[in-house]
Design a protein around this ligand. Sequence first.
Ligand code: ASP
Length: 424
Amino acid sequence: MFVDLRDRSGLVQIVGDQKLGELRTEDVIALEGTVKARPAKLVNSKLPTGEVEVEAGKVTILSRAADLPFEVTSDGLQIKEDLRLKYRYLDLRRPRLAANLKKRHQMVSFIRRWLDERGFWEVETPILTKATPEGARDFLVPSRLQPGQFYALPQSPQQYKQLLMVAGVEKYFQIARCFRDEDPRADRAYGEFTQLDLELSFTDQAEILSLTEQLFTSLVEQVLGKKILQKPFPKFTYQEAVKQFGDDKFDLRDQKQRQDPDLLAFAWVVDFPLFEKTETRQLRPSHHPFTAPKDEDLPLLDQDPVKVRSWQHDLVCNGHEIAGGSLRITDPQVQHKIFEILGHTQQEIQQKFGHLLEAFRYGVPPHGGIAFGIDRALAVFLGEPSLREVMAFPLNASGQTAVMDAPSPADAAQLKELAINVRK
Ligand code: ASP
């Protein structure tokens, strides 16, 4: 009898007698046996282990597997995603997903090493915190010790990383979990995602761009085995991009190049407008409210704010925006004025951002940075149809967690402690 034995490193064929017949698909076993060369006519050149087989000696069944809800050997893309997420621990046995997890691990450990070698410190910033606006809704967590008060989960570590620059850290990074309650969209994950977040002091845009470019180049070429269409990455102003491609997310590959799954086309976009108009003709930041306006456009802040250009920089790859950042405002007066232009009252400014304005009074180095979504970037690099294919336990499209059933009701005692009444 022949049985395929699998662990995370791959498959090997087992040969043995009748007792192998007791094994069922996905049983967990321990096996002692002898590795032998296969007879020439049985060599399978498609398998890395195709020249050998294991002649079974002692077979021990460690744990039996029940009938599976789906098979775990195909790429899985034909199976309903909600079912795959309900049984994610089985779905992750799929070689395609196991390979994605491994690549993600390699990517993150490469980034850590690379930045460490260049003098960056990895610093963790709070998850239970105050709102940091990145243009999405916040997730709120009720406080038990201060009933009626709420923490917000960070949409990004933006304010803390700027405070770290005030603290003199100079070069910071974090593999940071970010939380955004946005409506689900195909090219983003609902709820939470992971960013590589970094910030530098005494820097300029050229340095941030060149550092990011070197990091991405080494990462995709050395770790992921990809090719880059154009080096150095071409750079467009926002105006040029919109004029040439009709959008600030564009794909530089021609039709033929798009057939090559290993080809990545990166480009920078700079000189964004600082503000954009909302439907109600109010202004909102194109990036976030901490992005610095260009010096020469400062006089326009009072006269014609929509004309002000900023120090924002975005990186696009194969038609997706994969990274974004900026040089930051460090002048408390300019920062205050931006909050006013965005329509915040004096009281709101104090309440929401007073800490930052105060910090800037004690000496703040010029600083700037960038962040990119690990999930988004890896999905784009690997050509996966969704970010969820490179996340271990993503939320589904309606915001339900994989495997564990959340959100779910809280029990009465818990709600009472939190001083919360749920309206039916
Ligand atoms: N905090 C920004 C973001 O999450 C990135 C940055 O400006 O560094 O998009």
